[in-house]
Design a protein around this ligand. Structure first.
Ligand SMILES: [Zn+2]
Length: 435
């Protein structure tokens, strides 16, 4: 039988005391969370989000979980490896935003924004005194600017579909200037529960149970309402002057894109993700060049938030079981239990943060995205599906199944019988090569 590892080995680090605080309780001696009033009128009225478990803040923390989303685990590994001091505090000099997004009423509305800290980009300005006093307050948003280059945009410039204007598209290679906003998740649990139509207690219990009991304060500290979940965040890409995004007098073209690494980066042709992303960027640039604004928002929700392992298992089941569009969703449901875990209910938060009141051209076919945005009070004037010529032939299985399931289209809608005829490329030729 393998030896059971002991908690304290001779090489165990001595950076922690022997006394481990597994959890805390509201009535416990010294428990005194720093006030955090979600929906407060401004950053100071709202209060800083403090998740630190350092000795001087453990009893005063007002948020559960840890900073960095899924990267919180790497942070812990760096401490375990002795590479990072547990009490390290970032030096945030010169890290401030490249553009000051104007305050929006939604920042102070606890129903409009529940999945990000609306003041997470401005910690240094808003909580300077507290930072100087040694409080561990971390930015959960960062705003920068950069150049990007996509092969499809370069081609569009060479084909004369996009012009070099010198400020958005800077040269004939298709280099584009962009403002970027990175956002980590910060959840206000009562608001998240409301979006999903469940009570807060059920949400807390489920989060506790299905993270292996990792966050016991979800159960023992009902007074703490904010949770930093260990999941990926999002990135906003803004084409053209960022001040135009919230300007209702100019047109806005917008794409909400959920991560698909295999297609987005490695250009797999089994789905339409990369072509749709490139189309979204193309249209965003075009709108910005004609005096409007273009926005693409990239959510880290790989494979419909099921992850790549599930995704590839589904690919195998599809290719081995007869890859036809009528069985497309069933294959996913067989393996994942559901067809989609992206749950767009939290997605509109970032639109409200940006001050978007209406979307002139929504570059998406998803009814889930459309419904979530419209129900949150943002008007969508036009929905723009991906042009037919941009759809790779092997991805017809996916897109025709989606259209049949009610995804928006201006093109043909297939019957179930017809879907059985929409077949993906098999593995036959590939297996000839590998055998
Ligand atoms: Zn994809």
């Amino acid at each position: 039988m393998p030896a059971v590892p002991t908690a304290a080995s001779p090489t165990a680090p001595t950076r922690y005391s022997k006394h481990i605080v597994l959890t805390t309780y509201p009535g416990q001696s010294g428990i005194d969370p720093i006030p955090l009033e979600w929906g407060g009128a401004d950053a100071k009225a709202r209060g800083p989000v403090i998740a630190s478990r350092s000795a001087n803040l453990l009893k005063r923390r007002n948020a559960m979980g840890a900073h960095g989303g899924s990267y919180s685990i790497y942070n812990a590994l760096a401490v375990a490896a002795g590479e990072l001091e547990p009490e390290f505090r970032p030096d945030l000099r010169n890290s401030q935003p490249t553009f000051d997004f104007p305050f929006q009423s939604a920042w102070a509305d606890k129903t409009k924004i529940v999945s990000m800290d609306p003041f997470g980009h401005d910690i240094v300005n808003q909580f300077r005194e507290e930072l100087d006093a040694g409080w561990d307050i971390r930015p959960t948003m960062a705003i920068t600017r950069a150049n990007m280059k996509l092969a499809e945009i370069g081609e569009a410039v060479r084909d004369g579909q996009l012009e070099v204007d010198g400020s958005i598209v800077v040269d004939s290679s298709g280099e584009v200037r962009v403002t970027k906003v990175a956002v980590e998740p910060v959840w206000y649990l009562p608001g998240v529960a409301e979006r999903f139509g469940v009570d807060e207690g059920t949400l807390r219990r489920t989060l506790f149970e299905h993270t292996g009991g990792s966050y016991p304060e979800l159960i023992t500290r009902p007074d703490l309402k904010v949770f930093l979940p260990p999941i990926g965040g999002l990135t906003v890409y803004i084409f053209g002057p960022p001040e135009r995004v919230s300007d209702e007098n100019v047109k806005l073209a917008l794409r909400i894109h959920d991560e698909c690494n295999g297609s987005d980066v490695f250009q797999s042709d089994i789905c339409t993700c990369r072509p749709y992303l490139a189309f979204g960027i193309h249209e965003a640039i075009r709108e910005a060049q004609s005096g409007g604004s273009g926005v693409v928002i990239y959510f880290r929700k790989e494979g419909r938030a099921l992850g790549e392992v599930i995704k590839y298992l589904v690919y195998n089941a599809r290719k081995r079981g007869g890859d036809t569009a009528d069985k497309y969703f069933t294959r996913t449901e067989n393996i994942a239990g559901v067809r989609d875990m992206r749950f767009q209910a939290l997605m509109p938060d970032i639109l409200h943060w940006l001050g978007i009141k209406k979307i002139d051209r929504m570059l998406s076919m998803s009814n889930m995205k459309y419904d979530a945005i419209v129900q949150s009070g943002i008007e969508i004037l036009e929905r723009v599906p991906i042009p037919e010529h941009m759809i790779p032939s092997d991805s017809r299985v996916e897109i025709d199944a989606k259209i049949n399931a009610g995804y928006f289209t201006t093109g043909k809608q297939f019957t179930t019988e017809e879907l059985a005829q929409v077949r993906g490329r098999g593995w036959e030729k590939w297996e000839d090569i590998t055998h």
